[in-house]
Design a protein around this ligand. Structure first.
Ligand SMILES: C[S@@+](CC[C@H](N)C(=O)[O-])C[C@H]1O[C@@H](n2cnc3c(N)ncnc32)[C@H](O)[C@@H]1O
Length: 241
């Protein structure tokens, strides 16, 4: 881990007011949310997740919003388990279903997905992630190409209150939406990484395509994410605004 990160973690753990000033969040309620800031400190030290501070907060916040709903939690795009651990910390007793090839991004036509290449994010394994999340109950991890890897598992028959997508490419995003959308409970939340980044243009393309003729609106979030809430119609929020 870089020396800069060590210093930031030290500031976050022992000089929280300074951290808040450095991050420009002193005037925001997030600056006094010690539960979140402790989780963020742990995520920074473990260095497994790729989300920014704001993106982690979005996941944290929407997990809390969904906590009153029935249904399971899922993530497609686990990589080294960083964002999955954030979900595990907030899921309570409910089951969480985690899907990844654990061999990196599946194959696609080179050049069609921004800067990405097939096989990116292959420096992980299901065994490592399983050990990393072993202190949490009801964690079910499936290795293989999603959604094929979900067929014949209990996830196929589940209803979901919260789904985190982080699969980077068009086909995986579209297939994940096809799988989860009909399985979401009312007001269930689908949040995805990379909707707004030029580095992974397939994610936005898949969301915009999938929701073009659905009643829900795709709502963009800082930094790169978007969120959709099942059966909530938000005519006012234009995608891309
Ligand atoms: C950016 S990484 C996920 C990062 C992780 N969410 C985190 O924050 O640490 C993207 C992952 O998506 C996985 N992936 C993409 N398409 C997939 C598919 N169709 N089935 C299974 N895994 C897929 C890749 O294997 C890769 O590990």
């Amino acid at each position: 881990m870089k020396i800069k990160n060590h210093i930031l973690i030290w500031i976050l753990k022992s000089r929280r007011a300074l951290f808040n000033r450095l991050k420009g969040i002193s005037h925001l309620d997030i600056g006094t949310d010690n539960e979140f800031l402790d989780i963020h400190a742990e995520m920074l030290s473990e260095d497994r997740a790729i989300q920014t501070l704001r993106e982690r907060y979005n996941i944290y916040h929407f997990m809390k919003v969904a906590s009153g709903l029935e249904g399971a939690v899922a993530e497609v795009g686990v990589y080294r388990g960083g964002s999955a651990k954030l979900l595990c910390k907030l899921k309570g007793n409910s089951p969480i279903y985690l899907f990844d090839t654990f061999e990196g991004l599946p194959s696609f036509v080179t050049g069609a997905e921004g800067v990405l290449s097939s096989g990116n994010f292959n420096d992980t394994s299901m065994e490592d992630v399983s050990a990393y999340l072993s202190s949490f109950e009801n964690v079910y991890i499936y290795k293989g190409y999603f959604p094929d890897s979900a067929i014949g598992t209990p996830a196929e028959h589940m209803r979901f209150r919260f789904v985190h997508l982080d699969v980077d490419i068009y086909e995986s995003t579209l297939k994940a939406l096809d799988f989860f959308y009909p399985r979401m409970v009312d007001s269930g939340i689908i949040i995805s990484h990379d909707y707004r980044t030029f580095f992974a243009p397939g994610v936005r393309k898949a969301f915009d395509h999938f929701f073009a003729h659905k009643k829900e609106t795709v709502i963009p979030l800082w930094d790169t994410q978007c969120v959709v809430i099942k059966n909530i119609v938000n005519q006012g929020a234009a995608a891309g605004s």
